[in-house]
Design a protein around this ligand. Structure first.
Ligand SMILES: *Cc1c(COP(=O)(O)O)cnc(C)c1O
Length: 452
């Protein structure tokens, strides 16, 4: 659909039609299925979401990191349509489809490292993480899984256990999966081991984590270490330089598999195909989902061929995993990233966003830190730059205020005080700039309110 790439408000937000649907929603859906913005969508294209009241909003959240190639990217829609005319489903375990095969071949070639790779597909990111752990356990014959503070890996039982934050992800669900161990993450702004510089933070967190694995878990018990190259839901935490390479080296020495959870950092978001490429680490296994299929549900596990091959025939899979529509969409996503130079675009818009946020940080003391890589950029809001007390209420207000002015933003972080920018990599620079102007005005409003 052709939708003008401009912000345009014709009612207050939410408008009357969204309000009516919201009432029906409250009656029909459980509140546990949360929402960030009180808006129902009628159509979307590129970086614009049009709501049912006719308002055009700028999408700086990309459907939660799913639309790196933009809303309803024409090539993706076309690929889905073509596949739709042929067939909509084969279960890979019954009769096979070429899109599954071709996409596996493409991902095998794209994942970094000069080793033979194989790929299996799933329905979601959580399911990809579950399968990566199952395969790692099978291949190493070891039970333990090491994860980190602030991690997010999904909401199924094992993935939920691997996720760090108790509220809202784990509170009340009582039981968790066994053999999951959590270690500190080198978060330079709030270094858990007290490192004064990023380098110190990396060295002391790595030393602490390795000490725990040596003394308390036992390297011979550890199947894999699962880590996000940049923590997504955890607040766009870029690990201190040297932390991941040191851990990867330790894993290699001890036969522990290094799993990069690229569900949020993958598919060009950070200016490379995968976030781990910034660390010069060759992962054993990589999980993907979110932007992989441009909005269709698809997850993947791509790993060292010998590791992937260890599982017996029939040990992994699922009914819908690698659905042909989703795989056709994903092939078009990969083509679009290549053809439209979206890795370079991610760098370019990343610089634009970082420059603007750094400029705002000079004027708004609310901004404690600006960080990110490529087009994965965030600011952490604090009540006081000395104490770094998280400004949670101000973050919520900022999102509300921006939404009322037609900009969709997302928050993140263990302390709910990070505003993250995840625009489609295809976003027009003028539109992005308009979105950032709105963000800046909203910051001024919130800053005034908190002074009052
Ligand atoms: C979103 C996310 C997941 C879970 O993906 P779902 O498709 O929601 O199950 C796992 N890992 C990371 C890093 C994520 O950002």
């Amino acid at each position: 659909m052709d939708i003008a790439q401009e912000r345009r408000l014709v009612t207050e937000i939410p408008g009357p039609k969204s309000r009516r649907l919201l009432e029906r929603r409250q009656a029909a859906l459980p509140r546990g299925v949360f929402y960030t913005h009180p808006i129902f969508v009628e159509a979307a294209a590129g970086a614009i979401v049009r709501d049912v009241d006719g308002n055009s909003l700028i999408d700086l959240g990309a459907g939660l990191a799913v639309l790196n190639t933009g809303n309803a990217a024409p090539a993706v829609v076309e690929a889905i349509r073509e596949q739709l005319d042929r067939f909509t489903h084969t279960c890979i375990h019954v009769t096979m489809s070429e899109p599954y095969l071709e996409l596996a071949e493409r991902l095998n070639a794209l994942v970094p490292g000069d080793v033979p790779r194989k790929t299996m597909f799933t329905n979601s990111g959580a399911e990809a993480v579950e399968n990566a752990v199952k395969i790692a356990r099978y291949s190493t014959k070891r039970p333990a899984v090491v994860v980190f503070d602030h991690a997010f890996h999904g909401r199924t039982l094992l993935a939920m256990t691997m996720t760090a934050k108790v509220m809202p992800y784990k509170q009340g669900f009582l039981s968790s999966a066994p053999d999951v161990y959590r270690l500190p993450f080198a978060y330079p702004y709030r270094c858990p081991t007290g490192g004064a510089t990023p380098e110190e933070c990396a060295a002391s967190c790595a030393a602490y984590a390795i000490g725990e694995m040596e003394k308390h878990i036992g390297p011979d018990n550890i199947a894999c270490l699962v880590v996000e190259p940049i923590q997504g839901e955890g607040g766009f935490v870029v690990p201190a330089p040297g932390f991941l390479p040191r851990l990867a080296e330790y894993c290699r020495d001890r036969g522990i598999l290094f799993v990069a959870d690229e569900v949020q950092t993958g598919m060009g978001r950070t200016g490379r195909w995968f976030g781990i490429e910034h660390e010069a680490v060759v992962p054993d296994l990589v999980t993907t989902a979110k932007s992989l299929a441009g909005g269709l549900p698809l997850g993947g596990v791509t790993g060292r061929a010998d590791v992937m091959e260890s599982v017996h025939v029939g040990g992994i899979g699922g009914t819908f995993g690698g659905n042909p529509l989703a795989c056709a969409a994903a092939l078009a996503v990969l083509d679009t990233i290549e053809r439209d130079g979206l890795l370079a675009r991610a760098e370019r818009i990343g610089v634009l966003m970082r420059d603007r946020l750094l400029d705002m940080a000079e004027r708004f003391p609310l901004i404690g830190e600006v960080r990110g890589r490529g087009a994965m950029v965030a600011m952490e809001l604090v009540e006081d730059r000395e104490t770094k007390a998280p400004a949670k209420a101000a973050t919520t207000r900022l999102l509300e205020e921006a939404c009322r002015q037609g900009v969709i933003l997302l928050k993140a972080g263990t302390y709910d005080n990070v505003v993250r920018l995840l625009p489609p990599l295809t976003i027009d620079e003028g539109l992005l700039s308009d979105g950032l102007d709105v963000l800046e005005k909203a910051l001024a409003t919130v800053e005034e309110e908190s002074e009052a």
